[in-house]
Design a protein around this ligand. Structure first.
Ligand SMILES: [Fe+2]
Ligand SMILES: [Fe+2]
Length: 433
């Protein structure tokens, strides 16, 4: 049995499979979709322009969400979580070739060729289920079909080159114990120390080239447009880092990949929201000098805890105060839709910090003190990297993130939602612990 549609038997064929055969079929699809989603995620920092990066993020989200559904179903089919096996040799070979070609456009075209094949396969499988099948797989394949079809419409406008899909869906998964929590395998994407910028982006050196930020207490069109254009660059970095981590780290539970793909998808949505709000003020979002290199370079190639501490636990965490204070003021100043947009973004940012705190907790075995020590150590290293890369002082961080920094009253309620520990919250409030 392999992941090719169970063909040859006509309608009802899939109903005739035993539980073991059905589990093997779903597991092959699970491994292929997780592996493909992780491989595509390696290209996020290499994809500069808005439309292809949005298409890439949608493809990754679609593939990894399918993997999530198939994983759950496989466990329902009497598969032990430690016996998920591994992807087929053909799937690993094909994904390795996609990564080795190191061509973002080809990778994107390959991803969409795969989604088209998956749509055919799910449709066939769904149609082969009897209306009231005892296995209730019809609904699973219908959900997966929806996920496979959803990103295809917008991607069609990109005119992607035709690529041949190989054997990723034809090989049978390799049964046996899972070598990683999800059964996925380590990948070797080419190093990517710097991200790609959009073709239209004007670039300035990280030090000395950027215009000083306007006074954020001045709530006028110019200030808001400046802040929103700058935010687009930040959204790019925040899209790339979690997605790249999916490709770089194989040893995490499935929840990690689901969180990271959701994180990247949110940041892409924020990019679109910012573009819309800037356009609403009658301005071209592309007229903004990007700092080059940017913060991505300080996280690329670093261990996972380093990336999550710099990007989310301390970086996106800082946005909680900024947005929390700015949103009511924006709305009071008559910028209703900009304020509403940032209010939604704030909810997402709180969740992104939760992801980091959750996976840091996992990496450090629930030891709050160890996470705190890691935070200080990583931020010291971050500040060194900022100097080594030449990012400028704007990119440096206070190494004791939880220390009260006289920045006004911290929002402890939002911090609690964002997964900070009781100890963190007491320190944030200025208590000595
Ligand atoms: Fe964002
Ligand atoms: Fe975020």
């Amino acid at each position: 049995m392999n992941a090719h549609a169970p063909d040859g038997g006509g309608p009802g064929r899939i109903d005739a499979l035993s539980i073991g055969e059905l589990a093997a079929f779903d597991l092959s699809l699970y491994h292929a979709t997780l592996l493909a989603g992780r491989a595509l995620a390696a290209f996020a920092p290499r994809t500069g322009d808005i439309a292809p990066r949005a298409a890439l993020v949608r493809a990754i989200h679609s593939l990894v969400s399918q993997a999530g559904l198939l994983h759950t179903r496989a466990l329902e089919l009497r598969v032990r979580p430690d016996r998920l096996g591994r992807p087929s040799a053909e799937a690993v070979e094909e994904v390795t070739a996609v990564l080795a070609a190191d061509d973002p456009e080809q990778a994107l075209a390959w991803g969409y060729a795969l989604l088209r094949e998956l749509a055919v396969l799910y449709r066939t499988s769904r149609d082969q289920c009897a209306e009231e099948t005892t296995y209730h797989d019809r609904r699973l394949y219908d959900l997966c079909l929806g996920l496979a079809l959803e990103p295809q419409q917008p991607a069609a406008e990109l005119g992607l080159p035709d690529v041949e899909l190989g054997a990723i869906l034809r090989g049978a998964h390799r049964p046996g114990p899972s070598v990683t929590p999800t059964g996925t395998v380590p990948l070797s994407p080419a190093p990517c120390p710097h991200r790609s910028y959009p073709a239209w982006a004007g670039r300035v050196p990280a030090i000395g080239g950027a215009t000083p930020d306007p006074d954020p207490s001045l709530l006028d069109d110019d200030t808001l447009v400046y802040l929103m254009r700058k935010s687009i660059q930040i959204e790019f970095i925040a899209t790339d880092v979690p997605l790249r981590s999916m490709a770089d780290f194989a040893d995490l539970p499935l929840g990690f990949y689901l969180d990271m793909t959701r994180h990247g998808h949110d940041e892409m949505r924020h990019t679109h929201l910012l573009i819309e709000e800037i356009a609403r003020l009658g301005v071209d979002y592309r007229q903004f000098p990007y700092r080059d290199p940017d913060l991505y370079a300080a996280m690329a190639g670093q261990p996972l805890d380093h990336r999550m501490i710099v990007l989310s636990r301390t970086g996106e965490d800082a946005a909680i105060e900024v947005f929390g204070n700015a949103v009511p003021r924006m709305r009071a100043a008559g910028y209703e839709s900009v304020g509403l947009m940032f209010d939604h973004v704030l909810a997402d940012e709180v969740r992104h910090v939760t992801y980091a705190n959750r996976w840091l907790d996992h990496l450090y075995g629930g030891d709050e003190l160890a996470v705190e020590e890691a935070t200080a150590r990583v931020l010291r290293r971050h500040n060194e990297l900022v100097d080594e890369i030449g990012l400028g002082d704007y990119a440096k961080r206070e190494t004791d993130h939880m220390a009260f920094r006289g920045r006004g009253k911290p929002d402890l309620e939002l911090r609690a939602l964002a997964g900070f520990s009781e100890r963190d919250l007491r320190r944030l409030a200025g208590d000595t612990v």
